[in-house]
Design a protein around this ligand. Structure first.
Ligand SMILES: C[S@@+](CC[C@H](N)C(=O)[O-])C[C@H]1O[C@@H](n2cnc3c(N)ncnc32)[C@H](O)[C@@H]1O
Length: 275
């Protein structure tokens, strides 16, 4: 029998990152200028109205979702890894309880009726082990019968295969009369499912004078529908609904969003099959 070749792994295939670094610290001052969209807010408000509070948002950023939930009268706890994002969140949404920490291990010290992990915070979990650690922690902090909602971007294989490509992502008019432009080049590694985005920011003052240029690297992991559903089941959730958009559209190959609603199951996952 021919000798089998030695398998050499150039990089770990998987494994938890024990010291997460929030790539968002140095983007915190731009975050609210970049992400002004509110198309997802009515979805989370309606879900909270149906399920009831208290609500926890995991990876809450600067409170883009926690803010409207708090102002609608829900008791909100917001967990965020980046200190700079969290400081902005506290200013923007003082009504919420802000907890600095890593969503894989943070212990808010109480349980919730609804958990929200919105707008790609889940994609910051760079390995399946990280995802399992988070889902186990999220389950532990849900009341019996509580619901977890996760929303992430859906990427088509064609889109990922077309990378790298230089893109102009956005133009934003700033309150001081200036303009923010963002360009990006992204690379996808199908072996690790990691998408590395190099972001280029240009800030112009009034009259179009270039004030500042910045480059930044962000890494996220692409999760497919089947993988997300399987991770949820392994973590003791029952997947109730999967949508492809905020109006409850069915998820299909052309969907831009992947939204999963999963209820805390009654059976605690057996040791070894979950975190
Ligand atoms: C794209 S932003 C989304 C923020 C917010 N959910 C929203 O809808 O605007 C992702 C956020 O997740 C945070 N994050 C990433 N990894 C995290 C972790 N392990 N624990 C807690 N927060 C994390 C980032 O710092 C960032 O603020």
């Amino acid at each position: 029998m021919a000798e089998l070749p030695e398998i050499i792994y150039a990089a770990p295939v998987s494994g938890s990152r024990n010291t997460p670094q929030s790539g968002y610290d140095s983007l915190a001052d731009l975050y609210d200028l970049e992400y002004t969209h509110v198309c997802d807010v009515p979805f989370w408000l309606a879900l909270a109205g149906r399920e009831g509070g208290p609500v926890i948002e995991w990876g809450a950023g600067t409170g883009r979702i926690s803010g409207p939930l708090s102002r609608a009268g829900f008791e909100v706890t917001a967990v965020e890894l980046s200190e700079a994002m969290l400081e902005r969140g506290k200013q923007r949404v003082p009504e919420a309880v802000w907890i600095p920490g890593d969503m894989r291990v943070a212990k808010p010290g109480r349980t919730f009726r609804l958990a929200v992990c919105a707008f790609n915070s889940f994609l910051c979990l760079l390995t399946p082990e990280d995802a399992l650690a988070f889902l186990g922690n999220a389950r532990e902090h849900l009341q019996p019968g509580g619901l977890l909602g996760i929303e992430i971007s859906a990427f088509s294989p064609e889109e990922l295969a077309g990378l790298p490509e230089l893109r102009h992502d956005l133009t934003r008019e700033l309150p001081d009369g200036g303009v923010l432009e963002r360009f990006s080049v992204s690379r996808y590694d199908a072996a690790t499912q990691l998408l590395t985005m190099r972001l280029f920011y240009e800030l112009y003052g009034e009259g179009g004078v270039l004030r500042e240029k910045r480059a930044h690297e962000l890494e996220i992991r692409v999760y497919t529908r089947g993988e997300l559903e399987l991770l949820l089941r392994l973590s003791g959730f029952e997947v109730e609904s999967v949508y492809g958009g905020f109006d409850g559209e069915p998820f299909d190959s052309g969907s831009d969003h992947l939204i999963a609603l999963a209820r805390r199951g009654e059976i605690t996952p057996a040791a070894g099959s979950g975190p």
